[in-house]
Design a protein around this ligand. Structure first.
Ligand SMILES: Cc1ncc(COP(=O)(O)O)c(C=O)c1O
Length: 363
């Protein structure tokens, strides 16, 4: 859809990236890091002051002490952290439970390890987890369960009931948890982010993956990290050592000081809430119907009330006739399940959202 948007000059609310500038202070800190000579390889686990600051942040947010030396690894992005965690644990024919609709890297990352993705559908239209279905998907080959909260593409978030169910699900097994929490701070409507880091009994079998690019509106930085217990981190680093090995140094140095100020991340939910509310407010002028979403960069909308076109066709027509790109949610299912729902990225400038909605009024 991004390719189509670029070709036709459509407004791109499809791909998940902000079109507003990132924080000036952070840009200055990167300049400073380069001028100060931080331009050589960072250590394999990442720049230590950044890992130390992240450990402080984790303790503040989730009351969980993690060891910066042995439990945090800086990675080139959240996707890489998830891929590395999967590669660390998977052997041929292992099964990994994922939830569909699913972020697009999960299935290829599992398949490339000769393992098998076992998809459990989220319940439409709430996109909640049906734990009965998760239990039915469990076999003696289940190696891991991959969770994503806040969820792309639906914006669903895990509840405390989900955490209890997860606890029961893994209890007495060797099943690993991979938790994709790249939208940790893009959480709305007063919901708490139920990070796996809050639960020591779950953390002991987990790889928890984050993205600094997503959090600080600089997706092109591709910087993230994985938090895992020492024994799992040791294995994770064996894969990382001979793949990326280390990440871009100046951004790590800059973030180490930027993150010292908790406001740098504590103000994000409020800012994102304003953007999401404004987008929803504008979209009231259209015939699209919002589905409940409580986090991530995305708001999903149903067009079921006014068209029965398949979502891929509908999205293509919307680009061609109305000049706005969104992502058909069927693209996140292996089966192409189509509930006539589109994913819109609301993390855009006010003017971009206004211009897009002006066009969508005619849909
Ligand atoms: C659910 C999810 N996980 C991971 C990522 C990627 O994060 P990064 O850009 O840090 O690799 C994305 C980006 O769209 C995402 O939506």
């Amino acid at each position: 859809m991004s390719g189509l948007a670029a070709k036709t000059g459509a407004i791109n609310l499809g791909q998940g990236y902000p079109d507003f500038p990132m924080d000036d202070e952070l840009v200055e800190l990167v300049h400073k890091a380069m001028n100060d000579g931080h331009n050589q390889y960072a250590p394999m686990p990442g720049h230590l002051p950044l890992r130390e600051t992240l450990a402080e942040k984790i303790e503040l947010l989730y009351q969980h002490p993690v060891h910066p030396d042995t439990e945090i690894t800086i990675t080139p992005g959240g996707t890489y952290a998830i891929y590395t965690a999967l590669t660390t644990i998977l052997e041929a024919c292992d099964e990994v439970i994922i939830f569909e609709p699913a972020y697009d890297s999960y299935i290829p990352n599992i398949l490339v390890n000769s393992a098998i993705p076992v998809a459990v559908p989220l319940e439409y239209p709430s996109y909640k987890i049906d734990w009965e279905k998760v239990r039915a998907a469990k076999t003696d080959r289940t190696k891991a369960i991959l969770l994503n909260s806040p969820h792309n593409p639906t914006g669903a978030v895990l509840s405390s009931e989900d955490i209890e169910e997860l606890r029961r699900f893994v209890h007495g097994t060797n099943i690993f948890i991979i938790s994709d929490e790249v939208y940790e701070h893009i959480i709305l409507d007063g919901f708490p982010h139920l990070s796996i880091l809050r639960y020591p009994d779950l953390f002991e079998r987990s790889f928890v993956c984050f993205s600094l690019g997503k959090v600080f509106h600089c997706t092109g930085w591709k910087l993230g990290y994985c938090v895992a217990p020492e024994e799992l981190t040791k294995e994770f680093r064996k894969v990382h050592q001979f793949n990326a090995f280390s990440c871009f140094t100046p951004t790590q140095v800059a973030l180490a000081s930027f993150l010292k100020e908790p406001d740098s991340y504590l103000t994000l939910p409020g800012m994102m809430q304003m953007k999401r509310n404004y987008f929803q407010h504008l979209m009231c002028l259209t015939r699209f119907k919002p589905l409940p979403t409580h986090g991530s960069y995305f708001q999903i909308y149903s067009y079921n009330d006014f068209s029965d076109q398949p979502d891929t066709e509908f999205a293509k027509t919307m680009v061609a006739l109305h000049g706005v790109a969104a992502i058909p949610v069927s693209a996140f299912y292996q089966s192409g399940k189509d509930d006539h729902v589109l994913r819109f990225c609301f993390v855009k400038r006010k003017e971009t959202l206004e211009a897009a909605v002006e066009k969508l009024i005619n849909c």
